[in-house]
Structure formats: structure tokens, C-alpha cells
Design a binder for this molecule. Structure first.
Ligand code: ATP
Length: 453
């Protein structure tokens, strides 16, 4: 295997330099662990979301979409168990005044002696652990004291359960079927960190798959595999992915079985996505707390049951980080080090850059014409400033798979060169065929060039 050149510092610096991710509120000194997504970050995240929707909706006919409210009825969180149990154990250190998760002290650094863990030095003065609820509270109504306390959702899943009845009525679906949603979630994490890996505001892609009770285990096995394969199809190296089943003492209160898709980040193996067999916990609890019947009734046979639920729950930001980390590479071209994001072309923020070789002789005009022709079908970038080599490097750094160069020959025979980001091969292609050619290249199965052949 080629040596890994990627570090979290390099990723953070590339993301800032090339406008993927910025520290939020930077002009005010930044707000800890809050990030803003810049132009290329927005495009890349859109592509991640689109690929998820594609796999969930377009390529199947048993999943439907939802976009539910972030602030829901507060009883939701009583029924789901979040008010009572969505806690992390927190300790304060009176000496360095930092806060830590009591169950992760061995991963934290002492505020005074970073080579030690909290509690390891004689000066450390840790309080006993106390439970800390991770939900953000706010108030509905203009007068704070008299308003109702509500919560920013800590997961998108509950919005799906609240709508289960609506979906049975309007969608004419019967189990097995799923409801999928993408949206922001909020958790007041005690120790956020590692860039966008763990933040207090993040985006989730969750799908609740409702099945007849006897089929829960089978669907759980299927969804584990399907979700792992999604990352591989989008170019993540299989040797950097694994499925890790939860130990019985790790299981959440609602789960019968759970496993994580984990990725080997520069900070070690970490969760990318969780897949859980939630049994009938959620529908039963919401039925109990709302007084509504949340069950499936087969009108033909009269059979009625509370479906079991299998849930794949992924994070948009974490997936994006994994795609960038896995794509990051450095090589040498003509004695110069090149940084390149070897992203799956479907994920690349820009599919092709259109570059006139020189800024005269009609080349910019022809390149503009080409840009107009292509942008109907793809996210294109036009760039005429600077030496061609530098323009190639800029595109390599943001992962653009193809650079299309208009040169003097183009004006004679209406062909252009297409440079491949990974192989660096240059091919001459007729302008009239370029759109179809790029379309075909985008559809081809793709494998990371970082994998040993
Ligand atoms: P962790 O153990 O990392 O805190 P979790 O098991 O609590 O995660 P889930 O509740 O299963 O996470 O959420 C599903 C997915 O949402 C996670 O796999 C992750 O991709 C994403 N996610 C959860 N918390 C955060 C966060 N604070 N920041 C960014 N993404 C998150």
C-alpha cells in the first residue's frame, strides 16, 4: 500500500485555502467547533446528499422522502427517551477549568500538561461525574418565562416516526418500506472536535425502514451491507472501511442490535454511520405518549401489527470529511509536489474546468462557447488567469477530474485536449462530442487510484 500522506492538519488547511470549510464567525475570533461551508464545500455536500437520495429514492421503490420540522412537540423527546437518557457524563477540572467527558478521559489532554490525561497529575482536581443532557433548549413565545420549553432536534429520526401515520395514509405503502430524511440536528457535545467530525450543529441522513416484526433481523443484515457498499461505490478504499457490531453494553436503550460503519481517519477508526435494529420501541412509545394507534393494518387479511424499524443513520459532514481524507494525495510532477483530491467524479464539486491556453487569438471566445455548452449538463468552471500549469494545480486541489484546454489547434479543427486528473493522460476530443464523452466517463464504475493495482 502506498504510504499515507494525509493528516488532519493538511485537510483543515486545504479546506480553508480552497474554500471548502471556514471557521465560523472568524472575524469575531471564531466560535468553537462551528464551521461555515464555502463554495466548493457546498457543492461537495450537495453531491454527497444527492448520492444518498439517489441510492434511497431513485434506485429503489420502497423508500419515500420527508422534510420534517427541527422544533417538534416537546412530548416527542419524552417518548423517545431523549429527555431522560440522552446524557453524557461530564467532569470539570477545578485546576485547569476545562470540561471533559468522564468516559473519554483517556482520549483527552490535561489542560496544564498536555502529555498527560485529565486526572493523571497531582495538580488535577476533577469533580465527580454528573449527567449532562445534550439537547439544546429554547423557548417558544415572546416572553421567555411564560413560553413553552422546546428543543432543537438531536436527530432527524423522530420526525419520521411522528409522520408514520400520514405516510401509511397517503403513500399506499405497506411494510417493508422506508421514510428518508436529510436535515440539521443539534447536540450540545461536551467535547466537540477534530474539525467537522464532531460539531454541535450538523447534518444527518437518516432512513427508518418499517418491516413486519419477523423480518427485522433479515433487513438489519441487508441494510448493514447496503450502507457499507454505498461508501465503496463512491470510491472509499475498502481497506479503510469496516463494519463493527456494538457490544451488548454499548447498545442504545432502543436498540436490539447495532453496528457502525467505521472509517480509518487520521485520528483512527471512527464511526461514519450507525445501523440499528430498533424493534418496535419508537412506534410503541409514540403511540403510548400520543394516544394514537401507530400500527399497520392489512385491509385484506385484517392482520395488524406494530412494525419493527431498521435505521441507517449517517452524517453528511462526517461523510464529506471521509471522502476528502480518502481522496487526499500528494505526488510529484516535473519536480514539484502536487496536492490532489482524487475524489470520485460524481462527488467532485466541479466536473470539468474549461481553460483557454492563452488569453488571445480567439481562444477565450471559443472556451466561453464551450463553457456555455457544457454548463447545461455539469458544474463547470472557466479559468483564464495564470500559467496553464498553475491552473491545472488549482483544479487538482479541488478534485476536478477533467481539465479541458482550448489551444490554437482547437480553432482550426474544433477539438480540445482533455487532461485526466489522476492519470495525467491528455486526449484530443471533438468539441461536439465532449458533453457525451464526459457523461460517459461520469457513469463509469470508479476505483481510487490510491489503491495498489
Ligand atoms: P458518536 O458516537 O460519534 O457521538 P452517535 O453514535 O451518537 O455518534 P448517531 O446518533 O448514531 O451518532 O448519529 C448518526 C450519525 O450522525 C453518526 O454516525 C455521525 O455520522 C453523525 N453525527 C452524530 N453526532 C455528530 C456530531 N456531533 N457531529 C457531526 N456528525 C455527527
Amino acid at each position: 500500500m502506498p504510504t499515507e500522506v494525509v493528516t488532519m492538519d493538511k485537510i483543515v488547511s486545504l479546506c480553508k485555502r480552497r474554500g471548502f470549510v471556514f471557521q465560523s464567525s472568524e472575524i469575531y475570533g471564531g466560535l468553537g467547533n462551528s464551521y461555515d461551508y464555502g463554495h466548493y464545500g457546498v457543492l461537495l455536500k450537495n453531491n454527497v446528499r444527492n448520492q444518498w437520495w439517489r441510492a434511497m429514492l431513485q434506485e429503489r421503490d420502497d423508500v419515500v422522502a420527508l422534510d420534517s420540522a427541527i422544533i417538534q412537540h416537546p412530548r416527542t423527546w419524552e417518548a423517545s427517551g431523549h429527555l431522560e437518557r440522552f446524557n453524557d457524563p461530564l467532569v470539570d477540572c477545578r485546576a485547569c477549568e476545562l470540561r471533559f467527558r468522564a468516559d473519554q478521559l483517556e482520549q483527552a489532554q490535561c489542560g496544564r500538561k498536555p502529555s498527560k490525561h485529565p486526572g493523571e497529575t497531582a495538580d488535577c482536581d476533577l469533580t465527580p461525574a454528573r449527567e449532562f443532557n445534550l439537547m439544546f433548549e429554547t423557548t417558544i413565545g415572546p416572553v421567555k418565562d411564560q413560553g413553552a420549553t422546546v428543543y432543537l432536534r438531536p436527530e432527524t429520526a423522530q420526525g419520521i416516526f411522528l409522520n408514520f401515520k400520514n405516510y401509511l395514509q397517503f403513500s399506499r405503502k405497506k411494510p417493508p418500506f422506508g421514510i428518508a430524511q436529510i436535515g440539521k440536528s443539534f447536540r450540545n457535545e461536551i467535547t466537540p472536535g477534530n474539525f467537522v467530525f464532531r460539531t454541535r450543529e450538523f447534518e444527518q441522513m437518516e432512513m427508518e425502514f418499517f418491516v413486519p416484526p419477523a423480518e427485522g433481523e433479515r433487513w438489519y443484515e441487508r441494510w448493514k451491507q447496503t450502507r457499507r457498499d454505498w461508501y465503496v461505490e463512491l470510491g472509499i478504499r475498502p481497506d479503510h472501511l469496516r463494519l463493527r457490531p456494538h457490544e451488548p453494553d454499548e447498545l442504545s436503550h432502543y436498540a436490539r442490535a447495532a453496528a457502525d460503519v467505521e472509517y480509518l481517519f487520521p485520528i483512527g477508526w471512527q464511526e461514519l454511520e450507525g445501523i440499528a435494529n430498533r424493534g418496535d420501541f419508537d412506534l410503541t412509545r409514540h403511540a403510548e405518549y400520543s394516544g394514537q394507534k401507530l400500527e399497520y393494518v392489512d385491509t385484506a387479511s385484517g392482520e395488524r401489527y406494530v412494525p419493527h424499524v431498521v435505521e441507517p443513520a449517517a452524517g453528511v459532514d462526517r461523510a464529506m470529511l471521509a471522502f476528502i481524507v480518502d481522496a487526499y494525495d500528494e505526488d510529484e510532477i516535473e519536480g514539484e509536489t502536487r496536492t490532489v483530491l482524487r475524489l470520485h467524479p460524481q462527488l467532485a464539486p466541479i466536473k470539468a474546468a474549461v481553460l483557454p491556453l492563452v488569453r488571445r487569438d480567439g481562444q477565450p471566445e471559443l472556451a466561453r462557447e464551450l463553457q456555455l455548452q457544457l454548463r447545461d449538463r455539469f458544474q463547470i468552471e472557466y479559468d483564464e488567469s495564470g500559467a496553464i500549469g498553475r491552473r491545472y494545480r488549482r483544479q487538482d486541489e479541488i478534485g476536478t477530474p477533467w481539465a479541458v484546454t482550448v489551444d490554437h489547434q482547437s480553432l482550426d479543427d474544433r477539438t480540445v485536449t482533455v487532461r485526466d486528473r489522476d492519470s495525467l493522460a491528455q486526449e484530443r476530443i471533438a468539441i461536439d462530442q465532449l458533453g457525451d464523452e464526459l457523461e460517459q466517463r461520469l457513469r463509469r464504475p470508479w476505483r481510487s487510484p490510491k489503491l495498489a493495482s
